[in-house]
Design a protein around this ligand. Structure first.
Ligand SMILES: Cc1ncc(COP(=O)(O)O)c(C=O)c1O
Length: 437
């Protein structure tokens, strides 16, 4: 959906607390501590106490079904992750300048889930660091500098990565080495999203050529989370990747959001599109809350970067992170969470489509597995961010946490833990229907 009239939203401002919204002492205390960099959910922020599985409990005892936080992806405070982290931190925690078995065991388990050519993994502490490093590797490997992203992309918070995150910019414009293209949506590309998306990448490449800039990479989140969640038809990414490679650039799949089985169809979002990225970046669900992230790259590309620049990350790849990451991989396999994401996500989308058939304000349902976008529109089909905020608040009042995404902030971003049960999916659907009423 596009609109001439709707205001473009900044991702961190969606559904966020604004000064003066709440008089709670705990909120004042937070603002005094974090100042202008504070980003709190909800106009009346929630003071959280604890969480388990798909549920969070506030200090006032209210329980919330968590459909927002995709970091604790195998379930909040999963006992196997808690035990693995506790065991390792009581034994040894140090950086990667020593050989520690648990780290290499983990890296091998992770590589087994990645395409074989991506034989090296550099561990970082955040998705931002991973994308920052991936861009620098792409530049070293290609000799180019240009990066193509989507127009509402968010790839992180370092100086470099903020420049390729149009949705984080409050003012100003992108540097000349960044071109943002429309998302792979039916609204932009009609029935042939694959051809339309490829054409927009080719136009960006032509623009780089006109500017005298060689491309280094196409960097996309493979489910286009902050653009509004665009998953289908699976395969649409392949022609765009082909185009960027033909021009000498690399394809970096940002799996920070869709990775680790969330899309149900595959372990990684890019795999749904039948492409093998030149680099994969990952983070958020990787440690189920333990801060860890990584870049997987081909050894020769990484070597090209390291020939000029040393790279060391004090906390990246520490044994506790490796223990957390290994526990996450085990839990996903042992509990069949990819299949669960596919099954429960399918049921939920079917139920949401029934709601959409009854209520024209639910203008589109998209997604894969347990990553679903719900577009909300006004009576004339235009994006309705005000309705979206009302629905978000009404769902919170019914004990369900959900956030927004998309260029106009009118897409509900559905990302519950992958351990979600049928009953919990039904609770969400009921709360959504009641919030619309
Ligand atoms: C797609 C994507 N890439 C990268 C990042 C940055 O990750 P981090 O916040 O861990 O630095 C985010 C964070 O929201 C993200 O959504």
């Amino acid at each position: 959906m596009t609109s001439d009239t709707a205001e473009v939203r900044q991702i961190l401002d969606m559904n966020a607390y604004r000064p003066g919204d709440s008089a709670a002492a705990a909120v004042d205390r937070r603002l005094a501590n974090l100042g202008a960099a504070s980003v709190l959910f909800y106009r009346r922020p929630i003071e959280m106490a604890e969480a388990k599985g798909a549920w969070m409990t506030a200090t006032d005892g209210t329980r919330y079904l968590d459909f927002y936080n995709n970091v604790p992806s195998v379930g909040h405070c999963h006992p196997e992750v808690v035990a693995a982290v506790s065991r390792q931190i009581a034994r040894l925690n140090v950086h990667t300048r020593y050989v520690v078995e648990v780290v290499d065991d983990y890296l091998e388990a992770l590589k087994a889930a990645l395409p074989a050519p991506l034989g090296n993994v550099v561990m970082t502490c955040s998705g931002s660091e991973a994308n920052d490093l991936a861009i620098r590797i792409a530049r070293a490997a290609t000799g180019g500098t240009g990066v193509i992203v989507t127009e509402t992309a968010y790839h992180g918070n370092t100086a470099l990565v903020t420049e390729v995150s149009p949705s984080a910019l409050k003012r100003g414009s992108l540097p000349d080495w960044v071109i943002a293209v429309p998302p792979p949506s039916a609204a932009h590309h009609g029935n042939d999203i694959a051809a339309g998306f490829r054409a927009s990448i080719e136009a960006a490449l032509a623009e780089f050529a006109a500017r005298g800039i060689r491309p280094a990479a196409l960097l996309v989140d493979s489910i286009f989370s902050s653009d509004g969640i665009f998953a289908d038809p699976a395969g649409f990414l392949a022609p765009a990747v082909e185009a960027v490679r033909a021009a000498g650039g690399l394809f970096i799949a940002d799996e920070v959001q869709p990775g680790f089985a969330r899309t149900g169809d595959a372990f990684w979002g890019f795999a749904r599109h039948g492409v093998t990225p030149d680099m994969v970046t990952m983070g958020k669900p990787m440690g189920n809350g333990f801060p860890m992230a990584a870049v997987a790259a081909r050894p020769d590309d990484l070597a090209a970067f390291c020939a000029d620049t040393g790279y060391f990350n004090t906390f990246g790849g520490n044994p506790v992170a490796a223990a957390a990451g290994a526990a996450v991989l085990r839990v996903i396999a042992e509990e069949g969470l990819q299949a669960n994401a596919q099954r429960i996500g399918g049921l939920l989308r079917a139920r949401l489509r029934e709601t959409a058939a009854r209520d024209g304000r639910v203008s589109d349902i998209r997604g894969a597995g347990l990553f679903i976008g719900i577009d909300l529109a006004d009576g004339s089909g235009r994006p309705d961010p005000a309705l979206t905020v009302r629905v978000i608040d009404a769902m919170r009042d019914r004990g369900v946490l959900i956030g927004a995404a998309g260029r106009y902030g009118n897409t509900l971003k559905v990302r519950p833990p992958l351990c979600l049960g049928e009953d919990e999916a039904a609770l969400f659907a009921e709360a959504f229907e009641a919030a619309l009423a």
